[in-house]
Design a protein around this ligand. Structure first.
Ligand SMILES: [Zn+2]
Length: 233
């Protein structure tokens, strides 16, 4: 079996979304990439999670052509591939229609950073894409969704904000691996839910200041990170 380890990682990341309550029925998909081979492993389209095995995971190249697998890949594959092409450091992409993050996407409202939980993961508000135009929707819709995400990040760092809300649709998240992408999707949903509750309690709530935001993000990420245990390679 081609890319057995990557397939197993992708399978596990997809199942993590189910365990955390982020997906209904067959909604959602996670992929991972082998940068050396230039191959993407992704959940097949429309297969129930409780039947999903590593053998079902579809392996495609960066043109979207199936290299190994009997099933059709997730229809969102072109969005995933576009992100892999333009975000060079990412190793995994996760897409869900999780309730609160999707509500923010439908409201076309960026998620403000109201607290340190958000700041630990997202160095800035979680942005929203522009709406797709009629020609983009009628054309290569999933590819255009990927392009809209990349345009949103023209002046943002995808490694510092590993999530986006696609207007009128739902979130896409990413990370260094498929597991990290799924983890970020779970955290995004939690942050989206807390931001909603924050505004319900006080509609005048304001984002935290830059100092606290930077402190929390930078102590976990980047060259001077000191949160957690020292990593031994
Ligand atoms: Zn979707």
């Amino acid at each position: 079996m081609l890319l057995k380890t990557l397939r197993e990682e992708v399978l596990e990341a997809n199942l993590e979304l189910v365990r955390r309550g982020l997906v209904l029925y067959t909604f959602g998909n996670v992929s991972g990439i082998d940068r050396n081979e230039g191959l993407v492993a992704i959940k097949p389209s429309g297969v129930a999670y409780d039947e999903l095995t590593a053998a079902h995971i579809v392996v495609c190249d960066l043109e979207g052509t199936i290299v190994e697998g009997k099933l059709r890949p997730s229809s969102d594959l072109p969005t995933h591939v576009e992100l892999y092409k333009y975000f060079p450091n990412i190793g995994g992409v996760a897409h869900t229609h999780s309730e609160f993050a999707t509500a923010w996407a439908q409201a076309e409202t960026p998620i403000p950073c109201f607290g340190t939980t958000h700041a630990d993961y997202f160095h800035g508000e979680v942005p929203v894409t522009d709406r797709l135009g009629p020609g983009e929707i009628a054309g290569d819709y999933e590819l255009e969704t990927g392009k809209a995400i990349c345009r949103t990040f023209a002046k943002l760092d995808p490694d510092a904000i590993p999530a986006v809300l696609v207007a009128g649709h739902a979130p896409f998240c990413w990370g260094p691996s498929a597991a990290a992408a799924a983890h970020n999707a779970v955290v995004l949903e939690y942050v989206a839910k807390m931001a909603y509750h924050t505004l319900v309690i006080n509609a005048e709530s304001r984002p935290i200041g830059r100092e606290l935001h930077d402190k929390h993000f930078l102590r976990k990420h980047g060259r001077n990170a000191y949160y957690g245990q020292v990593k031994t390679q």
